[in-house]
Design a binder for this molecule. Structure first.
Ligand code: AMP
Ligand code: MG
Length: 327
């Protein structure tokens, strides 16, 4: 069985083609950006209108396949920005109807976890999912993927991008902040916000912007933002691992490409006798292959959807997914 997966929750139009053994045959990705200013949902949707057909062609070419080889269509049903989700869902429905193959809507956060399990070989991990719009610590417990901790306001990547935008850096700012941080070294006090198992980033953003105006160096602020925010993430991830007694920590989302974050999680894991797993970059960021693979395992476990079931779910919760494919 061959599945074509469409990712379109936010800034990225991604098309993946995956077979039923989880082999990634194609993973075409186009992320909007470049300009300072962040994402506007309508503009991102317009980007996807143009890019989804282009990326489908690229993916088919990469996989050396034609439309006739596709047996299943999967798409990112949520959570995400309404106009973007609608564009991806419309493309998925059109393909499913035109090719007369089944369609499956996939939870984006669960897809990050499932592709990570598949490609890194971990079995039952705690996922630290740190991306632009989402920040969650997720683990499997009692038949569901439960959210053990999450951001109470904005995603960590969104915070980095907003700080970058106000500081004149291009979107996405995360990689640039990482680079600047490596030239900083003074730890400036920022509001470390862990509340129970949850985290919050907007106070750190406000404080960092104020300190910037007062003349703190950009490098030191980038360094301090990373140290503070990543410590918060590592703290809640470790607590979730201890609670569910899991020995594997999996990383997902664009922010986990950050080498300092990886280093901090690795140290935490080593100290607990656990292992850290990081998927390759193109499978960490938003991508169609993770959607395609999750579509396949859902389909194999008996999930079917009619077109009526494919309405988008902007606030699709990770723990709303009935995990039919794991015992
Ligand atoms: P995603 O939403 O998962 O596609 O990831 C995009 C987010 O990852 C954006 O907010 C980027 O700024 C962020 N990002 C990408 N690379 C890095 C990095 N090296 N360090 C920190 N953040 C990053
Ligand atoms: Mg994502």
């Amino acid at each position: 069985m061959i599945c074509l997966g469409i990712e379109g929750t936010a800034h990225t139009a991604g098309i993946g083609i995956v077979d039923d053994e989880g082999k990634v045959l194609a993973n075409a990705i186009k992320m909007m950006g470049g300009e300072a200013g962040g994402i506007h949902p309508r503009e991102a949707a317009n980007h996807h209108v143009v890019e989804i057909p282009i990326q489908i062609e690229k993916a088919l070419e990469e996989a050396k396949m034609s439309y006739a080889d596709i047996d299943l269509i999967a798409f990112s049903q949520g959570p995400g920005l309404g106009p973007c989700l609608r564009t991806a869902a419309t493309a998925a429905r059109s393909l499913s109807l035109a090719l007369n193959v089944p369609i499956i809507g996939v939870n984006h956060c669960v897809a990050h976890l499932e592709i990570g399990r598949k490609v890194t070989g971990c079995d039952d991990p705690t996922l630290l999912y740190a991306s632009g719009g989402n920040t969650q610590v997720i683990a499997y417990a009692g038949g569901r993927y439960r959210v053990f901790g999450e951001t109470l306001d904005i995603g960590i990547g969104n915070m980095l991008d907003k700080f970058g935008r106000e500081s004149g850096l291009k979107f996405p700012s995360g990689p640039k902040i990482e680079q600047l941080a490596s030239n900083g070294g003074k730890l400036i006090d920022l509001p470390y916000s862990v509340k129970g198992m949850d985290v919050a980033f907007s106070g750190i953003l406000t404080a960092a912007l104020q300190l910037r105006k007062k003349g703190e160096s950009l490098e030191d602020l980038c360094f301090s933002i990373q140290e503070t925010c990543f410590s918060m993430l590592v703290e809640v991830t470790e607590r979730a691992m201890a609670h569910v007694e899991k020995e594997e920590v999996l990383l997902g989302g664009g922010v986990v490409q950050n080498k300092r974050l990886q280093e901090m999680v690795r140290i935490m894991a080593q100290e607990r006798g656990a292992n850290m797993y990081v998927p390759p970059g193109k499978l960490c960021i938003d991508n169609g292959a993770m959607i395609a693979w999750t579509g396949i395992i859902m389909y194999r476990s008996g999930v079917t959807m009619n077109i009526d079931d494919t309405s988008i779910r902007q606030r699709f919760r990770t723990d709303d997914v009935d995990v039919t494919w794991r015992e």
